[in-house]
Write a protein that binds this ligand. Sequence first.
Ligand SMILES: Cc1cc2nc3c(=O)[nH]c(=O)nc-3n(C[C@H](O)[C@H](O)[C@H](O)COP(=O)(O)O)c2cc1C
Length: 284
Amino acid sequence: MNYQDLIKEKHSVREYKNKKVDAKIIKELNNFMSISKSLVSDIKTSYEFVENNGISEKLNGICGYKGIMIEAPYYALVYSEKKPYYLENGGYLGELISLKLFERGLDSCFITFSDGAKVSEILGIDTDLELVALLGFGYGKTSKSIFGFTKTGGNYSKAKFGLDDNTKEKYKLTEMVYDGKWGVEASYDMLANRMLEMPLFYSRLAPSSYNRQPWKFILADDRIILAMEKGNSSYNDAVDAGIQMLYFDLVIAETLMEIKWTMGETEGDFDVPDTHEIVAFARI
Ligand SMILES: Cc1cc2nc3c(=O)[nH]c(=O)nc-3n(C[C@H](O)[C@H](O)[C@H](O)COP(=O)(O)O)c2cc1C
């Protein structure tokens, strides 16, 4: 299955069946992650896939929105050494796990936390690395569908897209992408001419903490620039940014070419307001 199909169908799942996951899938996940591309190279990472076995009860109060832990039969943990942009890198890798799980018929959901060391202590994971992503996973109880995904000969520009009631609303493409300067809505035709319509269309479906979708793209002549809204937690902001860069990366590699994100500011004046900041850009 290609990433566009996976992204289009995937959503966060918070209720799970009490069903075992084949050890072969966990092994495959470990192998997949050990050779996967990351957002920032030269950051040491490691992964743990653990069964619940009473863990969720112990993590209740310290993980999840308002301390409400998601009860899943399994948890995936991404650990990382602390280096510049390691949290963005953690979000990127965490969501790659989520997509791989989904390809194998498994659902998942990111779980927020504020004290990663405490989580590791409770789980008995002894490591020098820092916890950067926590996901619950297993076979979900619910299935949700998407309507409006009519392929019109590869031209999505005039199609109406929507997600059914079970799935969180996402911004429209034109609300998320600016043309040259902040606030100047990009047109579908311009995006299609630059063959960026598809990567950006799928990018808007990325998961984010509290479904804030805190991202905006600015298209300059030779670059795509990612600006993130400030003011959630610095952890969630960075992880959300990493997930967004993964979605763009995966789909542009399928539809146009491989790109490489450069982290940090870029030259030029794009009228970015104080509420947002440029976090990365890629040459296109
Ligand atoms: C960094 C991060 C942390 C999240 N933490 C939680 C959480 O603690 N509890 C929860 O129910 N959902 C959590 N989510 C899931 C989001 O709420 C979900 O992605 C968003 O509502 C959009 O829904 P979708 O993933 O189905 O598109 C988190 C997502 C991200 C990216």
